[in-house]
Design a binder for this molecule. Structure first.
Ligand SMILES: [Zn+2]
Length: 257
């Protein structure tokens, strides 16, 4: 019985279970198919409004990867979702949970034997940021930043249109989710960005070939096996600018913030 918006729209609906161990989050785990998952919306009132709102980031993620129509629904219901209006909130959580469950049941890899993890979109940066922050940064906020990074990288790599990229950044911003964290700029002694090590950790976690899902359109993901460091750095610079003043380099008109 998941009790948070994030657990109800994502992590509680599935076959993976984990506990923290040795100072690492979700270090020990197992796959076990539940008899049922009960999403009781009454639990959501036990969360702070900000936390409840931030948990919707996984719904945005799954919409970006799987369901363009759902993304448009989120876009046009942003005020209701921001206000945690119960009808909008419940539809958003239910639809996200169904998309997650459908992928696990019908995606052909419920027990994650392969390296393709579409539901982990944006998560390689997120996991690394959570770790770098000493787990002070919540998963939801880290995922938002991770999505922003991978969306901008998708655009920078010529896969995703600039317009689609901006729409996703605006939805995240519209729910008061962060797009930037100063940890993204931290470097190790050889001058490389510390966040970059998250990519190797993600590959280790997959247990095989590096496979990262990027977007070629809203609702359409594409697996790639290489992230270019220079292009990644350029994407971070663009994101820093967007987070600071709501424009991307080359834009003449600022966005809403
Ligand atoms: Zn997540």
């Amino acid at each position: 019985m998941p009790t948070t918006s994030l657990a109800q729209d994502d992590s509680g609906v599935g076959v993976k279970n984990a506990i923290n161990a040795y100072d690492k989050k979700n270090f020990l785990g197992c796959f076990s198919v539940p008899y049922a998952v009960v999403n009781d919306f009454a639990f959501l009132s036990t969360q702070s409004p900000a936390e409840c709102r931030e948990g919707l980031v996984e719904a945005i993620k799954v919409a970006c990867v799987k369901d363009e129509k759902f993304f448009r629904w989120i876009e046009s219901n942003l005020p209701g979702l921001h206000a945690l209006q119960s009808q909008a909130l419940q539809y958003c959580i239910e639809h996200s949970a169904l998309l997650h469950a459908k992928h696990i049941c019908q995606g052909g890899d419920a027990f994650e034997m392969g390296s393709s993890r579409p539901l982990d979109f944006g998560h390689w940066v997120a996991h690394r940021l959570e770790q770098m922050s000493g787990n002070k940064l919540s998963h939801a906020r880290a995922v938002s930043i991770g999505l922003a990074v991978d969306v901008l990288y998708s655009a920078q790599a010529g896969l995703l249109s600039r317009q689609a990229c901006l729409r996703i950044l605006e939805v995240l911003h519209g729910l008061e989710l962060p797009l930037w964290h100063d940890l993204l700029e931290q470097r190790c002694s050889n001058g490389q960005l510390l966040i970059w090590q998250g990519l190797e950790e993600f590959r280790e976690h997959l247990g095989g070939r590096l496979t990262v899902l990027l977007l070629k359109d809203i609702g359409r993901g594409v697996n790639i096996h290489h992230i270019d460091y220079a292009l990644f750095c350029a994407s971070l610079e663009q994101l820093a600018q967007f987070a600071a003043n709501g424009t991307l380099p080359g834009d003449s008109t600022p966005q809403a913030h």
